[in-house]
Design a protein around this ligand. Structure first.
Ligand code: PAF
Length: 285
């Protein structure tokens, strides 16, 4: 496994790689969700590049950049075990040289849900993913379905900015209690970890309601809100039901609009458990 720290060296390495080349971007703090991304990439690609870069521009001022649970040696060991060929691990100065002010703006989809609660976050994600795409020029790039809005933004960016990279979604990995794997679990006490089960429970309740014939977004959002508000350690940021392809709210059943293709709705929640913010989603179909 080669570890590369500059864009110039990455570009020259890229010229010698066996196709297809897959990129798995990471912030570090690797867990079973990342292992699933790396495993899926390893199955299909001739060369797997994993990036290891704690991107400052996607963290807000009061967020957890300074405490992010990344451990370089551990992360490299996980990557090595997963069969990664090349790790691209640039410094902040390498990716954002002084005076570098250009950003990638995802447009309106970057302003809702995560974008409304974490200002600038999705612009920071789009900007770094674009830079990683340009530095590594992958044929395939792997992203987890847990970050559904990020995944949709990366898909649109790849199309709109003509990257022509196949964006491969990988299903969310859950622990035995249903919690979607996240680096942020490291912050949870045992009591908070139990409380965090409410996140997936609320989504399962939305799915049950959907399967039972409730297809209006406000009714489904109400179901999720009720479940989350019953957990004293949880504070809801948002609960939403949107069309998966557009991220637009699904029409209310009595609105006269034709019922959305029912195979394509997403229920999403963002919840704070103490100081830890967790997101998750499920498809409703
Ligand atoms: O999902 C993440 O870990 C990050 O947002 C990503 C895609 C690595 C960009 O920094």
């Amino acid at each position: 496994m080669r570890i590369i720290e500059t864009v110039v060296a990455m570009r020259s390495e890229r010229a010698s790689l066996t196709s297809p080349v897959a990129l798995v971007p990471t912030l570090g703090g690797l867990h079973a969700g990342h292992e699933a991304l790396l495993g899926a990439a390893r199955e299909r690609a001739g060369t797997v590049i994993a990036s290891l870069f704690l991107n400052p521009t996607q963290f807000g001022e009061n967020e957890d950049l300074d405490h992010y649970p990344a451990d370089r040696e551990r992360d490299l060991a996980v990557m090595r075990n997963a069969g990664v060929d090349v790790v691209f691990a640039p410094s902040v100065g390498e990716m954002y040289p002084p005076g570098d002010a250009f950003t990638v703006d995802p447009g309106p989809i970057g302003e809702i849900l995560e974008g409304a609660h974490r200002h600038g976050h999705l612009r920071g994600v789009a900007t770094i993913v674009a830079k990683l795409f340009i530095a590594t020029r992958p044929d395939l790039a792997y992203f987890g379905e847990k970050d559904a809005q990020q995944l949709e933004i990366v898909r649109r960016m790849s199309r709109n900015l003509l990257f022509e990279i196949e964006i491969v979604p990988v299903p969310t990995v859950r622990d035995g209690r249903g919690l979607a794997m996240s680096s942020r679990h490291a912050y949870l006490s045992e009591e908070e970890r139990s409380a965090a089960e409410v996140v997936y429970r609320s989504l399962r309740c939305a799915r049950e309601a959907w399967n039972g014939g409730t297809h209006g977004s406000s009714a489904l959002e109400g179901v999720m809100r009720t479940v989350i508000e019953a957990e004293p350690l949880a504070t809801l940021d948002y609960a939403a039901v949107v069309e998966a392809a557009t991220f637009e709210p699904i029409p209310e059943p009595d609105s006269g609009a034709s019922v959305v293709s029912r195979t394509a709705a997403l229920a999403l929640v963002a919840v704070r458990i103490g100081n830890t913010r967790l997101i998750d989603n499920v498809r409703l179909d």
